[in-house]
Ligand binder design. Sequence first.
Ligand code: SAM
Length: 403
Amino acid sequence: MLPSLCDEQKTGALPLPDAFLHFLEANGLDPSIYTKAETVPRYIRVKPGFESQLLEIEDELNCKLEKITWLPDFFAIPPQIQIAGSEAYQEGKIYGMDAASGAAVSALNILPGDHVLDLCAAPGAKLCMLAELLGYSGSLTGVDIARQRLAACRTMLQKYSLGDRCRLFVADGTSFSLLPLKSYPETRQFGHDGNSIGMSSKNSPDIFAEWTGKRSWRERKKTIKAGNTAASNQIQSTPELIFYGRHSGVIGLRRTELFHTVEVPSTSGYDKVLVDAECTHDGSLKHIQKFENWGWETLEHRVLDVKRMDSLQHLQLQLLTNGFRLLRVGGTLVYSTCSLTVAQNEDVVKQFLLRNSSAELQHVEAATDWPCRSGGIPGTLRFDPKTSQTSGLFIAKFTRLAS
Ligand SMILES: C[S@@+](CC[C@H](N)C(=O)[O-])C[C@H]1O[C@@H](n2cnc3c(N)ncnc32)[C@H](O)[C@@H]1O
């Protein structure tokens, strides 16, 4: 439906279609936040190690990098600046990431040696930040149901040289069951096998050799078969490993060891889990702005489709529940969405807490300095574009108590 003049008056520069305005009204959201799309800064994260090159990066982007005092390594730049054409971006020194998204990752308080699960990982900005914070210890497992989007994560990890400790699975996050490799009997390191092609060693086809993008005929056939099965079943039942780093613990394992699922024992789950759930993205001003070019009917079709809306909350609860199932006792889980609706945030958290007596909501200590406010449940946080100068984001942090 075409936007009307009246809509433009309500929303400033961005004309919004009636269906979206109805969605906002039904959820008690103020359409005037979209006037902020033109003024909320763009944010970049400078990869640690390149801090000394800030002046060169400023020169190249032709703008000042304004340091975000409340979030290390983040800088604000004017919203109209495009970074994709810059050398700093192409050479992997900077990447675009909203500061509120950075806050969600920061809320996990990643420590050296942590085994981290990112259950909705694509397209991968948060995954990259998690990998950076982990550095040279622990492990990172990224999962997403969309193969192509997860392949984009793989490209990003490789571009920024952050994939060493990471493994990526195309899988349904509501049922994903693989534990971090610390839980397996022994993680053997395989010597470099120059002859290996595909994911299996030539001599022992069942054992993972060093990762290579080139795959053997046998592997390709397997993937095509899995893809066909996935297309007919909608969702692939077994996770597909599409990338693993040299120190991810995968090399040297047999397939049966890697894909061995067990009932999650309380001590062997992940230390940290991020559930950055699928949502309507209505808080992401830049995302909504893109529909001006993509066509507003795409927004109605992709975001506001009635069937999708009905199942979305259920999906969010399932993702949160499964992420929590894979968390070790004493571990930390962050649930976030870039929707501003209560239905996709506080309501999901309420239902989750009702059903999971070992889940405890936690305060985010670092948030005292953040430009956010409390959500509808004490302890939860909301970044509101009107006051935070960031995109909209909801964050809830949980720990798992011994039951
Ligand atoms: C908000 S995006 C995640 C953004 C990502 N964390 C980042 O920082 O780039 C939500 C993701 O959830 C994925 N998704 C949707 N349903 C899923 C499911 N059942 N299991 C796993 N991932 C799912 C979508 O493909 C999408 O990539």
